[in-house]
Every structure is written in structure tokens, then in C-alpha cells.
Design a binder for this molecule. Structure first.
Ligand SMILES: [Zn+2]
Length: 279
């Protein structure tokens, strides 16, 4: 039987947190796993000035990403070498190296090169909202979707390795119901963070679009250990830690995936498996 391979494609170190349970789950089943990171998160937070400076944050976050991947037993990590574009409306958007400004044909070419080399059957990226609208998240969603088609087309990028047809493309997101429950709880706590200003009826993924709801409770401890490797991004006033156990489980105990494109037919209710029908 051919080796199964799973590829996650994201914009910044720490974006992989949304599928870290799947990486652990399928890795244990013998699936070879890999992660693509378009940028090094150069304009992210610095939780503690002892860890990084604005000048070397990209290098530090690359090391954090590699350490997080090691906890997840992910042997392959690729960087596309673009620059973090920052949150929408910030001056970083205008940097000529910003990922959100990159030439689409060039980005797709870099992704096609990795796909044709690694030959995954299943790929995962953000959905069209990018989770919360970060311009790099939306860009990686768009380019990964294009690369799913381009990698399989031998007319495109003929200078790269032989065409490879990925069987399934999934978008990972939070279910709207879980985000709504979280928002309601935050209201009871008078939480005033950026999250509370988002419209709960537009947040996350409508529950009826979720094809795979993966129970990752057995992996919560390891997921947490991997997440903690992103030390520069750890919020010192960790609001999430105050969330009651029951809500935490609802929020973190499952990972949700929408089947965006498939060459092996649709997911059937009850299958609940990213690799269902993949040979
Ligand atoms: Zn991100």
C-alpha cells in the first residue's frame, strides 16, 4: 500500500494549531506529515523582549515553528520565504515583500513544487475567511486552492516535477456554533478584546458545512505542548486560560474540516475521516 501523506498549508508559524490534532492523529496511523508556512510571522507579537527583537522575530519564529513541528512529529517543514503582511490596514500591508502582495503565479509555483515533490493525498488550509480575516490567511487559502488544481495539470509549471493530483482539499475552521457559545460566555465576562467586536453570525464555518469533525481530546496535552513552543506569541494575560473546562472542551476538543475539493467523491455522513476513500 502506498504511503499516505498529509500536507498543511498556512501563512504564519502557529497557524498550524487548528490542525495539530489531525497531524498527531494521522501521524500515529503511519501517515507522513508536512507543513508549509508562507512567512515567518515577522510582524507578530513579542510576548517578552528577552525572546526576540522586531529585527530577528522572523528567525526566532522559524525556530519556534520547527520546535512545534517536532512535538507534532511532523518531519517536513517548508517556508515560502514571503514576509508577514500584518493585520489588515496596518502599514506592513504595503511592504513590497508582503505575502498578500505576492505575484499569484509565483506563489502557486512554489506550492506546486512542494506538492509535486511531497505528493500528499490530502491537503488542509484556511477557509475563505482566513479564520478572522488576516490578509495572509486569505492569501494562502486562495493560492493553496489554485495549487490543488495546478499541481495536477502537466501543462502548468512543466519545468517542475511530474504532475500530482491531490485527492482531497480541506478547509479547517471553527464551527460557528462553538464561536457563538464562546462569544456569549465572553459577554458574561465583559470581555472587551478584538474578538468581541466581530459579528457572531459571520464568524467561523456554518456547522452544516463541516464534513469531518475530528475528536482530538486524546491529543489535547500534546497539542498544548506544541502550541507552547510559539513562545513569542504566548499572551501574558492569557484570557483563554480562564474559560471554564466544559467550554474549553467544546472549543478545543474537536477540529472541524470542510471538504472543499475532491477527486475521490464527496465525504459521506458518518465517515469522519480526512483519508476516507484515499488509496
Ligand atoms: Zn496567522
Amino acid at each position: 500500500m502506498a504511503t499516505k501523506r498529509l500536507l498543511g498549508v498556512y501563512a504564519h508559524p502557529d497557524d498550524e494549531g487548528g490542525m495539530s490534532g489531525a497531524l498527531l492523529h494521522y501521524g500515529t496511523l503511519g501517515v507522513e506529515t508536512g507543513l508549509v508556512c508562507a512567512t515567518r510571522g515577522e510582524v507578530g507579537e513579542i510576548s517578552d523582549p528577552a525572546l526576540a527583537t522586531p529585527e530577528n522575530l522572523g528567525q526566532v519564529r522559524e525556530q519556534e515553528m520547527r520546535a512545534a513541528a517536532a512535538v507534532l512529529n511532523v518531519p517536513h517543514v517548508w517556508f515560502l520565504d514571503y514576509r508577514d503582511s500584518g493585520m489588515d490596514g496596518t502599514p506592513e500591508n504595503d511592504d513590497p515583500r508582503a505575502f498578500s502582495r505576492a505575484n499569484p503565479a509565483e506563489v502557486v509555483g512554489r506550492l506546486v513544487a512542494i506538492i509535486r515533490q511531497f505528493r500528499p493525498q490530502v491537503m488542509v488550509t484556511f477557509d475563505e475567511t482566513g479564520g478572522y480575516g488576516h490578509p495572509d490567511h486569505i492569501a494562502i487559502y486562495r493560492h493553496t486552492t489554485s495549487a490543488f488544481y495546478a499541481a495536477a495539470d502537466d501543462v502548468q509549471y512543466p519545468e517542475l516535477e511530474a504532475a500530482h493530483a491531490v485527492s482531497k482539499l480541506y478547509y479547517s475552521s471553527f464551527p460557528r456554533s462553538a464561536l457563538k457559545a464562546m462569544g456569549e460566555w465572553m459577554q458574561t465576562q465583559n470581555y472587551q478584546g478584538s474578538f468581541s467586536r466581530l459579528d457572531p453570525d459571520k464568524l467561523g464555518m456554518p456547522d452544516e458545512l463541516i464534513n469531518v469533525r475530528l475528536n482530538v481530546e486524546p491529543w489535547l496535552e500534546t497539542k498544548g505542548r506544541s502550541w507552547a513552543m510559539h513562545r513569542t506569541q504566548m499572551d501574558p494575560n492569557n484570557f483563554m486560560a480562564k474559560i471554564p473546562e466544559e467550554l474549553q472542551r467544546k472549543w478545543r476538543g474537536f477540529e472541524s474540516y470542510h471538504l472543499a475539493a475532491s477527486r475521490v467523491g464527496p465525504d459521506i455522513a458518518g465517515e469522519n475521516d480526512l483519508f476516507a476513500r484515499v488509496r
